[in-house]
Write a protein that binds this ligand. Structure first.
Ligand code: SF4
Ligand code: SF4
Length: 81
């Protein structure tokens, strides 16, 4: 819950799951996220040899699923919580 000018309201939240080894590091999800919480992890390589997408601030996710919709390889699953 959060407090806004109109009183208390519920903030939508999302939980992300990455099927990381399918990621090809294209960055479409990074560009699509309105909260700017997705990045390509430059410190790791997945099984395909790409830097996989990762969420750097899961608490900020609003569960909009724009990232999952953009991903051509169905890497990301978003659950509303
Ligand atoms: S569900 Fe929305 S807010 Fe959460 S990571 Fe994906 S695009 Fe960003
Ligand atoms: S859109 Fe999909 S394939 Fe592209 S970086 Fe994001 S998770 Fe990886």
């Amino acid at each position: 819950m959060a407090r806004g000018s109109g009183g208390w309201f519920f903030v939508a939240k999302g939980k992300l799951t990455f099927n990381e080894n399918l990621c090809k590091g294209c960055g479409l999800c990074v560009a699509a996220c309105p909260k700017k919480i997705l990045e390509l992890d430059k410190t790791r390589l997945n099984a395909k040899g790409y830097h996989p997408a990762t969420c750097v601030n899961p608490d900020e996710c609003i569960g909009c699923a724009f990232c999952a919709t953009q991903c051509p390889d169905v890497v990301i699953t978003v659950e509303r919580i």
